[in-house]
Design a protein around this ligand. Structure first.
Ligand code: PHE
Length: 342
């Protein structure tokens, strides 16, 4: 028996084979176990000889099993080490890597710059009621600004009791929502997609704006100008960019100003932050008292400035991109050309 089992164990090719041998020999119904059960029927003299011999045999088989098992797993490990080694000094295979879209990159940059100045980010829905998009911003139903905005209206079934909804035409409704939610004082920027039915080299039906709103007890246009000049200098990486405020009109601000940044055109090339030309970049003003009221903020106590600028537009300026539509084409060649993809 000893010869037989030790031989089998030595020949076992893997752990499954070993286990089969173990069951056949020292398992409950194994050959050695059955023999041990027969000890009870032996005479005491016979038992004195056979007992210790069988015990010794069982122990020997068990330790041979354990030794073989260890040897097999050592061999398996050696085999894995041999086949699965890795040369970490080999040059990496060039992989295609995803990159952050330029509009998202610029949004993050803008958010970080205003963050340094104490502005936090607020967001609102892209589908909003016409009350938030217009009425609350001092644009009543008959106001020409509604038509000028090329608004996308959501279709309504007959008998739909819900208020009319629009694809927001600007990020200004977030002003109202945040005033309602947080009250005053307030310092927020609101980045996000907006929609207008318009399409040409500088207009796409969906584009991005960033709204700014600061409300406190002694806010003035001077604060607005300082904040914007700080922002543009940081964004374009040019010290001391000047801005020019031109009187304008928005229903939700009074007074209102369109803001230009300093630039020059040299050989048809636009340069930001130098020269005596001006480039319009955003709309702004002091928040209209009706707008504060609509947001639940008392205009006799609080005042604020607001501005709204096109994210895609300032991205075009920063990277010298002539056609806004390319931002939304997902053309890898274009993204690579401007260094936005690898
Ligand atoms: N909402 C305006 C637009 O989309 C921009 C703006 C925002 C103007 C805030 C003044 C104040 O054109």
């Amino acid at each position: 028996l000893k010869q037989k089992y030790l031989g089998q164990i030595a020949d076992a090719a893997d752990e499954n084979a070993l286990e089969a041998i173990r069951l056949g020999a020292v398992g409950k119904k194994g050959e050695v176990s059955l023999k041990m059960r027969e000890l009870g029927r032996m005479t005491p003299e016979e038992r004195q000889v056979a007992g210790p011999a069988l015990n010794a045999l069982k122990n020997e088989i068990n330790s041979a099993l354990a030794a073989r098992k260890a040897a097999l797993s050592d061999a398996a490990l050696d085999e894995r080490l041999r086949t699965e080694w890795l040369d970490v000094t080999l040059p990496a295979r060039p992989g295609r890597q995803g990159t952050i879209h330029p509009v998202s990159q610029v949004t993050e940059e803008v958010t970080a710059i205003f963050g340094e100045m104490g502005f936090t980010v607020a967001e609102g829905p892209r589908i909003d009621t016409d009350w938030y998009n217009f009425d609350a911003l001092n644009i009543p139903g008959h106001h020409p600004a509604r038509a000028e905005m090329d608004t996308f209206y959501m279709a309504r079934a007959d008998g739909d009791e819900r208020p009319p909804h629009v694809l927001r035409t600007h990020t200004s409704p977030v002003q109202i929502r945040t005033m309602e939610a947080q009250g005053a004082p307030l310092r927020i920027i609101c980045p996000g997609g907006v929609y207008r039915a318009d399409y040409d080299q500088t207009h796409t039906p969906m584009f991005h704006q960033i709204e700014g709103l600061a409300i406190d007890k002694d806010i003035s246009m001077a604060n607005l100008k300082w904040v914007l000049e700080e922002f543009f200098s940081a964004f374009f990486g040019i010290e001391g960019i000047r801005t020019r405020f031109r009187a304008s009109h928005f229903p939700f601000t009074e007074p209102s100003a369109e803001v230009d940044i300093q630039c020059s055109w040299i050989d048809g090339q636009l340069r930001i932050g130098e020269g005596d030309d001006w480039l319009e970049v955003l709309g702004s003003g002091m928040v209209h008292p009706n707008v504060l009221k609509a947001g639940g903020v008392d205009p006799d106590v609080w005042q604020g400035f607001a501005f709204g600028m096109g994210i895609d537009r300032i991205a075009m300026l920063k990277y010298g991109i002539p056609d806004l539509r390319a931002f939304f084409d997902s053309d890898l060649r274009w993204l690579r050309h401007y260094g936005f993809a690898s």
